[in-house]
Design a protein around this ligand. Structure first.
Ligand SMILES: [Fe+2]
Ligand SMILES: [Fe+2]
Length: 147
């Protein structure tokens, strides 16, 4: 397994949780549960991806700007999660903020999958790609276990 496949697998989880959440309404146990799952996935993924993907790419001139851009988007995603946490789940504003988060995350994942992975594929060697995959998955499990 290569790092790109591991990352894509978790991106798919984020996409489907966002899709499910966009169809929930009101302050219900289901909305609470899916939101908790989404938050854990997004936060754990950002930590593990920064540690075992972006930090390696920060070492190369070809990928440093791209990495900074990706990490800056993680912060924007964090802020949107915080906004959601501070909004009444039963209000219509909550769904509006959720839609903003969905757009932001989908844009970010598209940047990573369609642009960053291609460049990173050239910068990283085969050994890096496999090593990072294992390290990423392990870190992801550790982060998720904290919750
Ligand atoms: Fe990602
Ligand atoms: Fe990311």
């Amino acid at each position: 397994m290569k790092i790109f496949e591991e990352l894509r697998e978790d991106h798919e989880k984020q996409r489907s949780l966002l899709k499910i959440l966009a169809e929930t309404s009101g302050d219900t146990p289901a909305r609470r549960e899916y939101f908790t799952q989404l938050k854990e996935q997004l936060e754990s993924h950002a930590v593990a991806e920064e540690r075992y993907f972006y930090s390696k790419l920060m070492e190369s001139d070809q990928t440093i700007d791209m990495s900074r851009h990706g990490i800056a988007e993680h912060h924007e995603i964090d802020e949107l999660i915080e906004t959601l946490e501070n909004t009444d789940m039963g209000s219509s504003a909550w769904l509006t903020h959720l839609k903003s988060l969905q757009e932001k995350v989908e844009h970010h994942l598209a940047d990573e999958e369609q642009e960053f992975f291609q460049v990173a594929g050239k910068v990283l060697n085969e050994q890096d790609k496999s090593k990072l995959a294992g390290d990423y998955r392990e870190e992801m499990q550790k982060e998720l276990a904290k919750h």
